[in-house]
Write a protein that binds this ligand. Structure first.
Ligand SMILES: [Zn+2]
Length: 209
């Protein structure tokens, strides 16, 4: 396709989310038809389709029947969150590695009793900061599967802070236990993420400068 993700990121910043011609502007930019564009985004965000299906019934009006708009929102949010779970700061890109896909994700890691078989959990999911409110652009953030499950529709963002701290610590331990090349890659990524808030992140726990 020729266009690099970093270029797209810069362009995305310029385009306003609320314009009517938002979709066409971006497709124009990429020089793609709607089908090509959807396919391209799908490739970039594996599992995104399933999130969308999962939420189909009660997605906010902004996204309902507007798959491109939804994906763009997801992409922008993903970039804004530096590819990390909003709560525990685990990087989506490396969730598979952290679970150790070959012997952990599929069959369960015997040593740590990890197990992950289902279809959920591959991509960051959508969570409502305030569970009483609807799925709106303002109320939604991208979070990992364990955070989403733990927070459920019971805790508000503030209340969940105490619960997510140990989740972060366990992720950090898993990262620390990775081997060689995988570990280097994950650490490098985490090192380069911006510090988003004052919460303790994997970066802080592993004391990465
Ligand atoms: Zn999380």
């Amino acid at each position: 396709m020729g266009i690099r993700f970093s270029d797209l990121r810069n362009e995305l910043k310029k385009i306003k989310d609320n314009g009517n011609d938002y979709d066409s502007k971006l497709m124009n930019l990429l020089g793609m038809s709607e089908d090509e564009y959807e396919g391209w985004l799908k490739k970039r965000n594996q599992g995104l389709g399933s999130i969308q299906n999962q939420k189909k019934g009660y997605l906010c009006k902004t996204w309902k029947n507007k798959p491109i708009k939804f994906r763009l929102w997801y992409l922008k949010k993903y970039i804004k969150q530096s590819g990390l779970c909003e709560y525990c700061k685990v990087p989506q890109k490396f969730i598979r590695d952290i679970y150790n896909r070959r012997d952990g994700w599929r069959e369960g890691n015997k040593k740590t009793q990890d197990n992950k078989k289902g279809t959920r959990g591959w991509s960051l999911e959508i969570d409502r900061r305030k569970p009483k409110r609807n799925y709106t652009v303002q109320n939604c953030v991208l979070v990992c599967y364990p955070c989403n499950n733990a927070k459920s529709d019971v805790f508000a963002e503030e209340e969940f802070k105490k619960i997510r701290e140990p989740i972060t610590a366990v992720w950090a331990k898993k990262v620390a236990n990775l081997k060689n090349r995988k570990k280097r890659k994950v650490l490098e990524f985490i090192k380069n993420t911006k510090k988003l808030k004052s919460d303790k992140t994997i970066k802080d726990i592993l004391k990465l400068k």
